[in-house]
Design a protein around this ligand. Structure first.
Ligand code: NAP
Ligand code: MG
Length: 475
């Protein structure tokens, strides 16, 4: 645990093995914290917010500290990438960018907003008044994150929260506590005051739930599954905490007949096979026009077959393992469900490798909108391809929108009108046309429908850690 500027043993006194998913071997042990650890961490964060310097520091000073932290991480990107690569199986070839560079950029981007967002003077309906708004930091943030990009997922919350002047208690996923503990060393070293960042490792239903219920926490910023997000919403009703939820997805990829097909298929393969499909915005439902359907299915299968599968630390690896034995069983279980529902397994569909938790990249054809493999998030390297026949964009959008989720949508067409018209019609928080950037820190990211509440990244992401106060004066 990292509490009030110090590394401490868990008060709960439990431990668990951490397993390298590339080998199936235990490589470390981590302590698990519980309610008493959360109490201590929240007390430290509360004190740092209510009485400490952090929210009161002039913004240039707070900015200097966050930029120093960004520099310190940047100097150790290979080490951070290696920790998360061993811990959850993300290939080193992508970990340096996803884990390292994006974390650094999150800090620098949000540090840039500091001092640039304030309130406004309001023109009121009432004469002889002076009314203005101010933006205050919300307070103590409980950040709860998943295992699929450990340091980056944490930084997406830490960077705007700390920049806004909030203090944080972070609960990483129980499977991936290591990279954020290394981050805590750097937080100490650059001189960010004690209590500003606190970390309690632990199991979601224990440490996570304690954080969600704690009366000393002002906001929960959560990334994870829709089911846990729904539970959080029910729990926070008791204390009226603010909440943002970044949840699951079942994102459509539309490939129109006029698309640049090679690029579209390359990107569609990357959108489902990168990070072994363990990406909330994974493109898991491909809709290919009848004229290009066969080429899309064959092209996806060809790219799947060409991916270099291997240990996450090997430089040549493009496809690593999934995070755990349990996750592999879940993914392969879905492939079996798909077969039972009548899906055709064009390629993959099996476990792979002599050791570790590898899953072959899998392409399913003959899938139908009501199949579970089309409706439910698999969170693995499994894509289903559906054919569409006509050129009506309302009907095409309706096919894509036939999902309880609404996180991302990918559109491939060379017709600019088609692109904009379809973008307007899809019900998704993020629409990416012809490979538009998904992870730019400046672009708001979040879901419609069951994919979440609120937005991260961008100005909205920063403002998610501010509360508006109106001051009305009769003159
Ligand atoms: P998860 O089970 O929902 O876990 C996410 C986090 O919540 C973990 O830290 C987990 O702890 C914790 N947690 C579990 N139960 C809790 C409870 N009752 N109260 C408070 N916290 C609790 O999700 P996951 O299986 O780790 O991650 C995969 C899911 O996350 C997928 O559905 C994926 O789409 C989603 N995701 C969404 C985004 C996005 O930006 N929208 C990004 C990444 C992932 P434990 O680790 O101990 O379970
Ligand atoms: Mg979980």
């Amino acid at each position: 645990m990292f509490i009030d500027g110090q590394f401490r043993d868990s008060r709960l006194g439990q431990e668990m093995d951490l397993i390298d998913p590339s080998t199936g071997q235990v490589f470390a042990r981590a302590q698990l914290g519980g309610a008493a650890d959360v109490d201590a961490a929240v007390a430290a964060a509360r004190n740092a917010f209510d009485n400490g310097p952090w929210p009161r520091l002039p913004s240039p000073e707070r900015r200097r500290l966050l930029l120093a932290l960004a520099d310190a991480i940047e100097a150790e990107i290979p080490a951070f990438a290696e920790i998360d690569s061993v811990n959850m199986g993300i290939p080193m070839s992508s970990a340096k960018f996803i884990i390292g560079e994006l974390s650094v950029e999150s800090l620098r981007y949000n540090a840039g907003w500091m001092g640039k967002i304030g309130g406004e003077v309001i023109n009121t309906a009432t004469p002889d008044t002076h009314v203005y708004t101010v933006k205050d930091p919300i307070g103590v943030i409980g950040a709860i994150v998943p295992w699929n990009s450990p340091l980056m997922a944490a930084m997406v919350k830490l960077a705007p929260a700390l920049a806004a002047g909030c203090t944080v208690v972070l609960k990483p996923a129980e499977l991936t506590p290591l990279s954020v503990l290394k981050l805590a060393e750097l937080v100490q070293r650059v001189g960010i005051p004690a209590g500003v960042l606190n970390i309690v490792n632990g199991v979601g239903s224990v440490a996570g739930q304690a954080l969600v219920e704690h009366p000393g926490v002002d906001k929960i910023a959560f990334t994870g599954s829709t089911a846990v997000g729904q539970g959080i919403l029910r729990s926070v009703a008791a204390t009226m905490k603010r909440v943002t939820l970044e949840l699951g997805g079942k994102s459509p990829v539309f490939i129109l007949p006029d698309a640049d097909l090679d690029r579209a298929i390359d990107a569609a393969a990357a959108a489902i096979f990168r990070n072994a499909g363990q990406i909330c915005a994974a493109g898991s439902r491909v809709f290919a026009h009848r004229k290009v359907f066969d080429k899309v299915v064959a092209g996806l299968a060809e790219r799947a077959g060409a991916m270099a599968m291997g240990r996450s630390l090997d430089a040549a690896t493009q496809l690593g393992p999934v995070v755990s034995q349990r996750q592999r069983e879940r993914v392969l279980g879905y492939v079996e469900i798909g077969r039972g529902e009548g899906a055709e397994v064009v390629c993959g569909g099996q476990a792979a490798g002599d050791a570790g938790f590898f899953v072959q990249p899998t392409v399913l054809a003959s899938v139908k909108p009501d199949m579970r493999v089309v409706r439910e998030e698999i969170f693995g390297p499994v894509v289903g391809v559906q054919m569409f026949e006509d050129d009506d964009l309302d009907r095409l959008a309706a096919l894509g929108n036939d999902s309880e989720y609404g996180l991302a949508a990918y559109i491939w067409t060379t017709n600019v009108s088609t692109a904009h018209k379809l973008a307007r019609r899809v019900k998704s928080g993020i629409v990416l046309v012809n490979g538009g950037p998904a992870l730019d820190r400046g672009v708001p990211f979040g879901g419609f429908k069951m994919s979440g509440w609120g937005r991260e990244y961008g100005r909205e992401g920063f403002e998610g850690y501010l509360e508006t106060k109106s001051v009305s004066i009769a003159l």
